[in-house]
Design a protein around this ligand. Structure first.
Ligand SMILES: Cc1cc2nc3c(=O)[nH]c(=O)nc-3n(C[C@H](O)[C@H](O)[C@H](O)COP(=O)(O)O)c2cc1C
Length: 303
């Protein structure tokens, strides 16, 4: 099939996935989009223990993007396994869980419990959340920190392991190499860029915790540059995201070296955007006479 793509031992029917935290558990969107047609659904960030998230306000609109500081609100991995998994396993497409933690041990324990779920073929390890005080991005900003989490999880998680990288670093290529060396099957990038908004009238930050993560079209050139650099730095597949709003954006990430893409903020504007992007990629392949999406991955690197 022309749109089929592979990440580790995972085969996706098309390269378009939903980005964690922007598509709930998928089920909330079932009235608006045929979930079974999406390449994969990456569900909300999940942690070992339940988390309340940060106080409101935790969203702010910015020029060409948005800021959020949701802070990984979720009911914990056991709730997911018991109540959400029986529902999401019936969506007809691959469902991946985005895993977060406050120490290598809590990441690993969360991953171990998800490994037991037969119909979850992969996890995405979030070592890049900028909105939590303990853990999260702290691990993703040093090679040692990133390696320590991947090592702990790899020891207990035998299925496909995707590690989601932070853009809030100096050299994304170094971090990607560090997680590849610990056995990650793929990397995804980027998580949100740290930013903030200030309300001039109130003379206070808009978001409850001051700072938040920037996403949407504003971050796309940064994300594209990072996918380009990581593609040249590692041999494992690269999943690209950050500001993808339409099929042209997605094709640019594929040409930069992405094996698959994720769509985040755009889901808030159009809940069916994933399938429009899928169709637009197919249209691009047809128009340029490429037989399959594999033919264009990394093509912009060729001299
Ligand atoms: C409201 C919101 C919640 C998010 N929650 C998570 C999360 O739980 N785990 C995670 O890895 N990324 C999370 N992200 C980051 C997105 O998955 C994605 O990396 C980022 O938004 C960039 O992609 P985009 O520009 O297409 O939105 C969240 C983003 C937003 C906007």
């Amino acid at each position: 099939m022309p749109l089929t793509t592979h990440i580790g031992s995972l085969t996706l029917k098309n390269p378009v996935m939903t980005a964690s935290g922007t598509f709930g558990y998928g089920l909330e969107f079932a009235d608006f989009v045929d979930l079974s047609q999406i390449g994969a659904i990456i569900v909300k960030g999940t942690t070992l223990e339940p988390r309340q998230g940060n106080p409101y306000p935790r969203m702010a609109e910015t020029a060409q993007g948005m800021l959020n500081c949701v802070g990984l609100q979720n009911k914990g991995v056991d709730y997911f396994c018991e109540h959400i998994y029986p529902e999401v396993r019936r969506t007809g497409t691959a469902v991946l869980v985005n895993v977060s933690g406050s120490s290598p041990e809590t990441y690993a324990e969360c991953a171990r419990r998800i490994a037991a779920l037969e119909d979850i073929p992969a996890i995405e390890l979030n070592i890049s959340c900028p909105n939590v005080r303990q853990g999260g991005m702290a691990f993703g900003v040093t090679c040692e920190g990133a390696a320590s989490v991947v090592r702990a999880v790899r020891a207990v998680y035998p299925k496909t392991l995707i590690v989601k990288l932070s853009p809030n670093i100096t050299s994304i290529a170094d971090i990607a190499r560090a997680v590849e060396a610990e056995g990650a099957d793929a990397v995804s990038l980027i998580n949100t860029l740290m930013g903030m908004a200030i309300d001039a009238e109130r003379r206070r930050p808009v978001l409850s915790i001051g700072t938040g993560g920037l996403s949407g079209p504003a971050v796309k050139p940064v994300a594209l540059r990072m996918v380009w650099q990581v593609y040249e730095a590692v041999k494992i597949p690269v999943v690209g995201l950050g500001g993808i709003m339409n099929a042209t954006d997605a094709v640019e990430f594929l040409l930069a070296g992405a094996t698959a893409v994720e769509i985040g903020t755009a889901n808030f504007i159009d809940p069916a955007v994933t399938l429009k992007v899928r169709d637009g990629i197919q249209e691009y392949l047809d128009r340029h006479h490429f037989a399959s999406v594999q033919d264009i991955i990394g093509l912009a690197h060729q001299a």
